[in-house]
Design a binder for this molecule. Sequence first.
Ligand code: ZN
Length: 139
Amino acid sequence: MLPRKEFPTKGLEGAPSNDIGWHFGTLVPNTKGNVVCKLCDKVVKGGITRFKEHIVHKTDNIASCPNVTGVLRESMMNILKESNTKKIDKKRRKDEFLSQLRDEEDEHEEFIDEVFDIKQATRESIQSQHEWHRREELK
Ligand SMILES: [Zn+2]
């Protein structure tokens, strides 16, 4: 089984959002996304996403956290992966929704065509009625 750990961020003091990264970091006041690591006291610049990379050792662009444990790192990675999958899922659902909308639009056009035909037919029948009346009057 994959290591599973919860990292609650709800109601965390100073956390600007429910982002899981705030479980490990604190925003430096009056900065644009500088985050102090609670595990190693290092300041990571560039926002919470970069800070999470510091925790999961994702890139070489950013110093990895020396104090993060293997289990913690893997749990964090799994959670990040899950949220990525959810994002992709959401995008797919949105695409499906949009293509459905397009289908409906086509139907809508057909409907408009029908209404137009009916109107056209009504107009013609009114016209012929008029003509009939006129012919009757001329008699
Ligand atoms: Zn750290």
